[in-house]
Ligand binder design. Structure first.
Ligand code: 0WD
Length: 254
C-alpha cells in the first residue's frame, strides 16, 4: 500500500530524531517503502538503531562516507539484502565549526577539502557504487541550502561545498538519466538540527525567515520529508537535475 510499496530505499544521514533524514524516512515509510539506514560511526550507532527499530522491516548498516571501502561494503550489503535499489537519500554534510563563522576568506586548505569531501563528493562516491543496483530505474536526492547561491553570513565554506553539490546533481542527472535514474536536490529552509548547531547566530536566521518568508514561518522537517518523498516517488517522474525549494518561499523575497 502507498506510492512506494515494494520500493527499496536507502537513507543516509540520520544522526538523531531531529535529523532531516529521519523526517524523510517517516514520509517514505508512510508510503510503504522498505528502508535501509546508514550510520556514520559507533558514536551514533545506538541512537540510530533505536530509531530504525521503530520502522518495521528496516535494516541498519555502517557507512562513513569518507572511506571508499565502507561505501563498497554498503553496496555489497544492499545488494545482498535488497537485490534491487529504487531510491537513495543523501542527507550528509560536515564542516569544522571554526570554518562556519567569521570570514570565508580565512578558510584553510584542510577545512575546504574536508567540507567538500563529506558534503559534496560523497554524493558522487555513493551514487557511483549504488546506481548499478538501480536496475529498475531509480531516484537519488540530496539536501542543499540557499548558501550555495548567495553569500550568506557564517555559512562560508559550506556554501561553496553546496554549490559543488548542486552542480554534481546536474552532472549525475545527465550521466544516469539514460539508465532511468533521476537525481535532484531539496533546498530546505533553516531547521534546528545537530548540523545547524554548528552555524553561528542560527536563531537570528530563523527569526528572519519567520518575518520575511511568504508563508511567515520556518521550515518544518516534515515538509522536507514530504518533498523528498515526492522526488523519490513516480509523481516526480518528469523531474531530474533540479533543485526544489522547500523553504516556505523565503528564497523569492529579500
Ligand atoms: O537548517 C538545516 N538543518 C539544513 C540542513 C538546511 C538545508 C540543508 N541542510 C542539509 C545539511 O547540510 C545536510 O546536508 O541537510 C542535510 C542533513 O542535515 P541535518 O539533518 O540538518 O543535520 P544532522 O542531523 O546533523 O545530520 C547530518 C549528518 C551527520 O550528523 P552529525 O551531526 O553527527 O555530523 O550527516 C552525517 C551524520 O550523521 N555525516 C556523515 N555520514 C557519514 N559519513 C559523515 C560521514 N563522514 N559526516 C556527517
Amino acid at each position: 500500500n502507498g506510492l512506494l510499496a515494494g520500493k527499496n530505499m536507502l537513507v543516509m544521514g540520520v544522526a538523531n530524531d531531529r535529523s532531516i533524514a529521519w523526517a524523510i524516512a517517516q514520509s517514505l515509510a508512510a508510503q510503504g517503502a522498505r528502508l535501509a539506514f546508514t550510520y556514520e560511526s559507533e558514536r551514533v550507532e545506538e541512537r540510530v538503531r533505536k530509531l530504525a527499530d521503530t520502522i518495521p522491516g528496516s535494516i541498519l548498516l555502517p557507512c562513513n562516507v569518507t572511506a571508499d571501502e565502507e561505501i563498497e561494503g554498503l553496496a555489497a550489503q544492499i545488494r545482498e539484502s535488497f537485490g534491487v535499489l529504487h531510491g537513495l537519500v543523501h542527507s550528509i554534510a560536515f564542516a569544522k565549526t571554526e570554518e562556519l563563522e567569521g570570514m570565508f576568506v580565512d578558510t584553510s586548505r584542510a577545512g575546504f577539502a574536508l567540507a567538500h569531501d563529506i558534503s559534496a563528493y560523497s554524493l558522487t562516491a555513493v551514487a557511483q557504487r549504488l546506481y548499478p543496483l538501480m536496475t529498475e530505474g531509480g531516484s537519488i536526492m540530496t539536501m542543499t541550502y540557499l548558501g550555495a547561491e548567495r553569500a550568506l553570513r557564517n555559512y562560508n565554506v559550506m556554501g561553496v561545498a553546496k554549490a559543488a553539490l548542486e552542480a554534481s546533481v546536474r552532472y549525475l542527472a545527465a550521466d544516469l538519466g539514460p539508465h532511468g535514474i533521476r537525481v535532484n536536490a531539496v533546498s530546505a529552509g533553516p531547521i534546528r538540527t545537530l548540523a545547524a548547531k554548528g552555524i553561528k547566530d542560527f536563531n537570528a536566521i530563523l527569526r528572519q525567515v519567520e518575518e520575511k518568508s511568504p508563508l511567515r514561518r520556518t521550515t518544518d522537517a516534515s515538509e522536507v520529508g514530504d518533498t523528498a518523498m515526492f522526488l523519490l516517488s513516480p509523481l516526480s517522474r518528469g523531474i531530474t537535475g533540479e533543485v526544489i525549494y522547500c523553504d516556505n518561499g523565503y528564497h523569492i523575497v529579500g
